[in-house]
Design a protein around this ligand. Structure first.
Ligand SMILES: [Fe+2]
Ligand SMILES: [Fe+2]
Length: 334
């Protein structure tokens, strides 16, 4: 059984109408701008024929909204990682629809899409529709990506016919081999089942099995972070000394304020994560997906004005409680 080991490369950055909004981050504090910005989405759960999930949930709406927010932000991430459960039942047209929705946006932003298998996905259609493989492919869908020196490894933790997660001995030896050579900017692992405990008791039944084996493989390597999904709520922890970040779902979320012996799925709180990689840190920021009313803020004119000041002037203008530096005046005079 041969596992795909394709090395994917990010596409060239494209000019687009939105490109004018793209700018580099300005260093206004102690940290230099991030070396990489990655977007982390999870659990889109598309059904075929655009059927509503549970007969009521429009899965496509939140994905479209999330992509709209991303483009509007001008962030232009190097990669968009989607940590599994791309579809709910593995239907081919559900993969096609998701691919057709994401690819144009990723192309405009110059982002590499990194698909990851989930327990609701099926290897055949996943492989054939997203990677041009065979529809009969039953091999684990593990792939390595080089994102400007940052290695992202998509690991397939699915078990055909089941919802719990597993990494086979063959997958773990392969991973060990890959990690033996460090990458310039280190490695992120992306897999569906997070190697973390969960306060939602029932989810433990479908957790990643034999997590200790994975811990042995990644301890002491250049793995800087683990991105996962599956839980449908944002959660963070550490595993073998490595930070783990679970992105919530875009379809429906689990309300963890429900009693621990229940499962409380709700149509609300959908989000995506922005992952900023700095020289010595990986920072995950949760971005709520939705159409919210803006009640405060300032424009890029104000930020540029601040950037033009010396660090001391800046502190007085923006940090001092007696500052007379006015957003309105600055924006009016521009
Ligand atoms: Fe899911
Ligand atoms: Fe899942």
């Amino acid at each position: 059984m041969t596992r795909p080991r394709r090395q994917a490369h990010p596409p060239k950055r494209n000019a687009s109408p939105l490109a004018t909004r793209v700018r580099s981050m300005i260093q206004l504090g102690q940290y230099a701008p991030p070396t990489h910005t990655i977007v982390h989405l999870s659990d889109t759960h598309y059904l075929g024929a655009r059927r509503a999930l549970y007969g009521t949930l429009d899965t496509d709406r939140t994905v479209a909204r999330a992509l709209e927010q991303l483009e509007r932000s001008g962030t232009n991430p190097s990669a968009i990682v989607i940590t599994g459960d791309l579809t709910d039942l593995g239907e081919p047209d559900a993969y096609e629809r998701l691919r057709d929705e994401l690819e144009p946006v990723a192309k405009r932003m110059g982002s590499q899409i990194i698909w990851v298998m989930g327990n609701h996905d099926e290897r055949g259609p996943y492989s054939s529709i997203l990677f041009g493989g065979s529809a009969d492919d039953i091999a684990p869908q593990d792939r390595i990506y080089d994102i400007d020196g940052l290695r992202i490894i998509a690991l397939d933790s699915s078990v055909p016919g089941y919802h719990h997660g597993e990494l086979t001995d063959d997958q773990l030896s392969w991973l060990e081999e890959v990690l033996a050579v460090p990458a310039a900017h280190g490695t992120l692992l992306a897999l569906h089942h997070p190697p973390l405990p969960t306060p939602v008791e029932i989810m433990a039944i479908i957790e990643l099995q034999d997590q200790q084996k994975l811990a042995e493989v990644i301890r002491g390597t250049d793995v800087r972070g683990i991105l996962a999904g599956h839980l449908h709520y944002s959660t963070h922890g550490t595993f073998a000394g490595v930070p783990v970040s679970v992105a919530s779902a875009t379809c429906y979320t689990i309300d963890t304020s429900g009693p621990p012996d229940t499962l409380f799925g709700v149509d609300g709180g959908q989000s995506l994560n922005l992952v900023n990689l700095y020289t010595d840190s990986v920072v995950h920021s949760v971005v709520p997906v939705g159409d919210f009313r803006q009640v405060a803020g300032f424009s890029d004119v104000f930020l540029e004005k601040l950037a033009s000041l010396t660090p001391e002037e800046r502190r007085e203008a923006f940090s001092s409680k007696t500052s007379t530096f006015s957003v309105a005046d600055t924006e009016r005079s521009s």
